[in-house]
Design a binder for this molecule. Structure first.
Ligand code: NOJ
Length: 698
């Protein structure tokens, strides 16, 4: 291969829009985001516009992969050019953000994590991979396994929440679902795990922001989910946009070579985030594009997504000897290896075979995931509803189909979604849609109020400083309260919301998230008790925006929050979160008894008994936490170490058993993992705030 052909393998590009609408494409995107044009208008404009796929550059061997091309016909055409009209005939990769479904959209990852069900997480990824591969996509930029403790960060919606262990289990399940155990199996796609690393620790929860992080926290909290995904076989990793302690991840040799490849044993391909190599100049970490290209490649970024910097700079830099040829060769080898592993050299079109659509059967899985993702946050006995009560349905989100898709549902279609109103209608349940005349509530028995966020209010570039309900929504709740009718608050949102001012006015609160195509069906089944709730939060809900970040596994101070004045707290906000990590109600109740721990042969055997004390069968989400009290170093007040779920019939009891390797208590200190020997507290329960405990020596 010539140097230029090698560089071409590292170039990932997307289609450019031809024929303008009088504004640039970026401006057009801004217009969708700020609501000047609707999603539908945008889609129409895009479908009417021409797309430039840079075919001439492709013919010259200047492109190795595309992102953002999802039309199987176009993919076939480009693949044909790559394999039949270029000198080397190397097939292309096609990447896309298949984050929570493709055509059939399941709940956003933050919601789905509330199911605490690794098998479900794997199944939905499998379903997405099948649909995406049928459309020609060979790589998904997922899962996002960024531990996210600050609800102001819009991208909290894209991962499994605030806990590193949960994020690890979630991420590994997704990788298995996307890739299976062999990329040559039908319907698999490469999983590109992101964003490496610590993107979720961005200062103030502001997207793309600087990250200041100690080595201990990086290793103990932010790297383990990546380690788990790599162990599960992930063949691609995306370096994060952010810097850590001043070094952008995109040019961090320590991160991308020493940690990712040497320590975590990653052998796949790295794909920069979009335009991130060029942005190293704005970071102040490269003087110009040439230096950005050199630093990124030498740091270990194989594929340049969308910045054009590798395309413009690398050939000259290698030919002039500024970059060693071996460094280029190594990157090219990573790209070719993944193409080979996918079987593309033998079957370049195996990913575009639009056979009969399996979307119908996929909806059943979507429904199941939505049922398990929604969380009952408050219930004063109003729920479940009787099927004859007359409901007053209020709030625009109650009939929005598009918003059920949530952030990053590129392949999804609003009209495939069932809104709450659709589902009530379909089930023939008595309700009135109340638009503006609130006096209509007089004729209703109960109010269903949908509030929260549209899909644009979370996801990338959607950080918010104030994460409460809007003033209008708050006013509405107060006005409705005066009617004296019971209120069920349904939250549709992509992040925890600070609703302590509205919560007391609601008789019941359901966290319905953005749960995809089957949102309305799932909600109606849960509200009317055809199905019991089983979801539990994977991120803490603050009382007020100013309480962010609030998370369960914080370190204690010398002055833990308490009644005394001189303790670690705010004067004007509760010290505890409004709803804690792990929390979720159901239509039954569980009580824990007699937690026991035995330490033997480097295993902690933990068991406790749970009794379903209510009148309905239910799912118990067993959560095992530890606290390191050895006194070597201040450690989190709680750390989740294991979880499982068990169905328990009304009145019955079950034994919960975990075998925890002592190794999982290791801490990262002085560049090594060590176990603190001494006393540990062990906790069991179904919420980080409702636990029974015992102590053990390790
Ligand atoms: C930017 C986002 O940070 C990343 O997560 C995504 O995969 C790429 N854009 C491609 O869309």
């Amino acid at each position: 291969m010539t140097t230029a052909e090698k560089v071409g393998q590292l170039v990932q590009t997307g289609p450019s829009i031809v024929g303008a609408f009088g504004v640039s494409f970026e401006e057009l995107l801004n217009m969708v985001f700020d609501g000047r044009i609707s999603d539908e208008e945008f889609q129409r404009m895009m479908s009417e516009s021409g797309q430039d796929y840079h075919e001439e550059i492709l013919r010259q061997g200047g492109i190795g992969s595309y992102n953002g091309v999802t039309d199987p016909e176009v993919i076939r055409k480009l693949q044909r050019i790559a394999t039949e009209e270029t000198r080397m005939g190397i097939p292309l990769l096609f990447g896309s953000d298949v984050i929570h479904g493709h055509r059939t959209v399941y709940p956003i990852p933050l919601a789905e994590s509330c199911a605490w069900d690794p098998q479900l997480w794997e199944k939905t990824a499998r379903m997405a991979a099948k649909e995406a591969s049928r459309d020609g996509i060979t790589m998904t930029f997922a899962p996002m396994v960024d531990v996210a403790k600050d609800a102001r960060w819009g991208r909290i919606s894209e991962g499994a929440g605030e806990d590193s262990f949960l994020q690890s289990v979630f991420g590994a399940a997704k990788v298995r679902g996307f890739q299976q155990d062999d990329l040559r199996k039908p319907g698999t796609i490469v999983s590109c795990v992101k964003h490496f690393a610590a993107y979720g620790a961005c200062e103030g929860g502001r997207d793309y922001n600087h990250v200041e992080l100690s080595g201990e926290r990086l290793y103990e909290e932010y790297l383990p989910p990546f380690a788990a995904c790599i162990k599960a076989g992930a063949r691609a990793v995306m370096p994060a946009f952010n810097d850590i302690n001043g070094i952008p991840c995109t040019v961090s040799r320590k991160l991308l070579r020493d940690i990712l490849r040497k320590e975590l044993g990653f052998t796949g391909v790295t794909v920069s985030d979009s335009n991130a190599i060029a942005e190293c100049v704005d970071h102040g970490a490269a003087r110009d594009m040439a230096e950005a290209a050199k630093k990124a490649l030498e740091a270990g970024v194989d594929i340049d997504m969308s910045s054009g910097v590798y395309a413009a700079q690398l050939t000259d830099l290698v030919e002039e000897g500024v970059i060693e040829k071996a460094v280029l060769d190594e990157a090219v080898r990573e790209v070719l290896r993944v193409k080979y592993e996918l079987g593309l050299f033998e079957q370049p079109y195996r990913f575009c075979s639009p056979e009969e659509s399996p979307e119908k059967e996929n909806r059943a899985l979507c429904l199941e995931s939505a049922l398990k993702s929604m969380v009952l946050l408050k219930n004063n006995g109003l729920l479940p509803l009787q099927k004859n009560v007359k409901v007053g349905l209020i709030g625009s989100l109650a009939e929005s189909r598009a918003d059920m898709l949530g952030a990053w549902a590129l392949g999804g279609r609003a009209n495939d979604c069932i809104s709450l109103k659709d589902a009530l209608e379909e089930a023939g349940l008595p309700f009135v849609r109340i638009e503006s005349d609130l006096s209509e509530v007089e004729d209703c028995d109960v109010i269903l109020l949908a509030a929260g966020e549209t899909k644009e209010m979370s996801g990338e570039a959607a950080s918010r400083a104030v994460i409460s309900l809007s003033q209008e929504e708050k006013g509405l709740i107060r006005a409705l309260r005066e009617s004296g009718k019971p209120i069920i608050l349904i939250l549709f949102n992509g992040r925890p919301l600070a609703i302590s001012d509205a919560a007391p006015d609601a008789d019941a609160i359901v966290e319905a998230w953005h749960c995809g195509c089957e949102s309305g069906h799932a909600l109606v089944k849960l509200l009317y008790g055809d199905r019991n709730f089983s979801g539990h939060l994977t991120t803490s809900f603050p009382n007020a925006s100013g309480q962010c970040p609030v998370y369960y596994n914080h370190l204690n101070t010398g002055r833990p929050a308490g009644r005394g004045k001189f303790t670690c707290k705010y004067l004007d906000v509760e010290t505890e979160p409004l709803f804690p990590f792990g929390f979720g109600l159901s239509y039954t109740e569980f009580e824990e008894e007699a937690l026991e721990v035995q330490a033997e042969n480097d295993i902690l055997s933990v068991r406790w008994t749970v009794v379903n004390t209510g009148k309905r069968d239910g799912v118990y989400t067993a959560q095992l936490y530890v606290r390191d009290k050895t006194g070597v170093r201040a450690c989190p007040v709680l750390e989740l170490k294991a979880f499982s779920q068990v169905e328990i019939a009304a009145g019955k009891r079950e034994e919960i058993c975990f075998e925890l390797p002592v190794q999982s208590l290791a801490r990262y200190e002085n560049d090594a993992w060590t176990i603190h020997h001494g006393t540990y507290e062990i906790f069991g329960g179904e919420s980080s705030k409702k636990l029974i405990r015992a102590e053990t020596e390790v």
